[in-house]
Design a binder for this molecule. Structure first.
Ligand code: PRP
Ligand code: URA
Length: 217
């Protein structure tokens, strides 16, 4: 069972040993992009599995080779909303878990000077086509990007929204929880704080650059 720290009632932090082990490798500065992408995918699967525990199912009659039983099928239409770019690395894992999910990309980047999110890609149709939205983004730092994404989805008509991160900072969790107490946040780790440039400490650096090899060194 994920842990909910007393100060953050909407936050669920995984305690699974496989998550802890993979997270240490993910953070390690020597981990190169190929391995980093594999780890993003693996941790996303594990945290996503925990986050989707309350997805709705409906009864389904199933005939085994021996007898007929009442099984279940997914009733919720699930929407995956990866935040470009870094959220892209979480999509495949979530599609393995929920193969029928719709994927709606949202392009947001954080202005490095103001730390405010800038939207640059959004092709959502006029009305919501899913019952449960899962926002995918490895990093929750100031919470600006996540809050903007949640607002876009609520304007779209989404009523059930969850946020899936790998690493969250207390500042970002507080911002999202204050603006959107109805949105559960699932992550692999709650880190200590942000630095003066808005990076998570201890964190893992820039999640987009580390996945796509664009860090420049
Ligand atoms: C990173 C990350 C989040 C955002 C978090 O994206 O993937 O989207 O920063 O920061 P916030 O909580 O302070 O908004 P970035 O802007 O670096 O874009 P990228 O994914 O294209 O690298
Ligand atoms: N975005 C990242 O990729 N890393 C951080 O530490 C903060 C925002």
């Amino acid at each position: 069972m994920p842990e909910t720290p007393p100060d953050f009632p909407t936050l669920h932090v995984s305690r699974h040993p496989a998550v802890l082990h993979k997270l240490a490798l993910l953070r390690t500065v020597e981990t190169e992009p190929k391995k980093f992408r594999e780890l993003v995918r693996e941790i996303s699967w594990l945290v996503g599995y925990e986050a989707l525990e309350d997805a709705r199912v409906r009864p389904l009659r199933v005939r085994t080779p021996l007898e007929e039983i009442e099984g279940a099928e997914l009733a919720d239409r699930i929407g995956l909303i990866p935040i470009l770019r870094a959220g892209l690395g979480m999509v495949d894992a979530m599609l393995e878990l929920m193969p029928t999910a719709q994927v709606w990309h949202l392009g947001l980047f954080r202005d490095e000077r103001t730390l405010r999110p800038v939207e640059y890609y959004n092709r959502l149709p006029d009305t919501a086509t899913v019952d449960l939205c899962l926002i995918l983004d490895p990093m929750l730092a100031t919470g600006g990007s996540a809050t903007a994404a949640i607002e876009v989805l609520k304007d779209w008509g989404a009523s059930r929204i969850k946020l899936l991160n790998l690493i969250a900072a207390p500042e970002g969790v507080r911002t999202v929880a204050t603006a959107h107490p109805d949105v559960a946040i699932h992550c692999a780790a709650l880190d200590r704080q942000l630095d003066e440039r808005g990076y998570i400490l201890p964190g893992l650096g820039d999640a987009g650059d580390r996945q796509f090899g664009t860090g420049g060194s």
